[in-house]
Ligand binder design. Structure first.
Ligand SMILES: [Fe+2]
Ligand SMILES: [Fe+2]
Length: 292
């Protein structure tokens, strides 16, 4: 018999993996295949992660004491662990972007997003949790594209791929946690859908504005070739957003659950690719400690 979506929530392990990537030098370059648009697109997303993920954590902490069920409580703890590590690593990533875009551009981007997140921080906790569910749906959709479509990171170094793949797989592992808490504690379809509209608008707006600031800082804002190639990357081939569109829209289906989209095979593929490497790294670190 097929497993129901909420059963799948309980079958997927959520494992916080503390990782650090050596990307400082690369982040001063057009690291995505020497393409400024693609590089700016991913950098523009990253600029939203530390504060965004901090807000996701806070939105779940606000309900932590009243969550029913040991398994869901444990999933919330694992969610907080994963997002905490992502936030820390993307802050290091964003700090390094100063080398590429200059202090002024990065400060402007930070200030604009902080202003938005200050507004979000003052919303009622139910809206904040609905916002986390919506943003988590976007990150899960993008994660699916990154893990299932190698062309999305074509021409990118192994270390940079490892960062984005690590973040992506953990977004898939924990994609239903905020959603399951929302269903248990609030369960309003109306609020879920209305807030999704706001989050769609704000996520798109901030990604676009961040990209404009970045392209402006490097004198590529008015380059037609940059925009034509970029539009093709997002909407043509590989069509990162075109491919994600059905996933984005799935959230609008009444009674939707994140595990209606069963992407456990992507988690298994990630583990097959990266876990031997991680095991070797931690064995080497253990040997170093034993020698010291
Ligand atoms: Fe994350
Ligand atoms: Fe997340």
């Amino acid at each position: 018999m097929a497993k129901s979506s909420s059963t799948l929530s309980n079958l997927v392990d959520i494992i916080p993996r503390k990782r650090q990537f050596d990307l400082q030098a690369e982040l001063s370059q057009a690291w995505h295949g020497n393409n400024v648009f693609r590089t700016a697109f991913f950098n523009a997303l990253s600029m939203q992660f530390p504060k965004g993920e901090h807000a996701f954590i806070e939105s779940l902490r606000a309900y932590r004491d009243q969550i029913d069920g040991d398994q869901l409580k444990a999933q919330v703890r694992a969610f907080i662990g994963q997002e905490g590590f992502h936030s820390r690593e993307h802050q290091r990533y964003n700090d390094a972007l100063v080398q590429r875009y200059g202090e002024e551009a990065i400060a402007d981007i930070e200030a604009r997003f902080s202003h938005h997140m200050d507004f979000v921080a003052n919303l009622p906790r139910s809206r904040k949790l609905a916002g986390t569910c919506a943003a988590e749906h976007f990150t899960a959709a993008m994660a699916q594209i990154l893990l299932s479509n190698p062309a999305a990171l074509d021409g990118v170094s192994d270390e940079m791929k490892a960062l984005w793949h690590w973040h992506a797989v953990e977004e898939i592992e924990h994609k239903a946690v905020a959603y399951d808490v929302f269903q248990q504690q609030i369960g309003s379809e109306r609020m879920r859908l209305i807030v999704y509209g706001f989050v769609t608008y704000n996520f798109s707006k901030h990604t676009l504005l961040n990209m404009l600031d970045m392209l402006k800082a490097e004198g590529k804002l008015w380059s037609p070739g940059t925009w034509i190639g970029g539009a093709n990357f997002l909407w043509g081939r590989p069509g990162v957003l075109r491919r994600a569109l059905p996933h984005f829209l799935a959230y609008l289906r009444p009674g939707f659950h994140p595990w209606d989209i069963d992407d456990r095979p992507l988690i298994a593929e990630w583990k097959a690719r990266y876990e031997p490497e991680l095991a070797a790294e931690s064995a080497a670190a253990g040997a170093k400690l034993a020698q010291a």
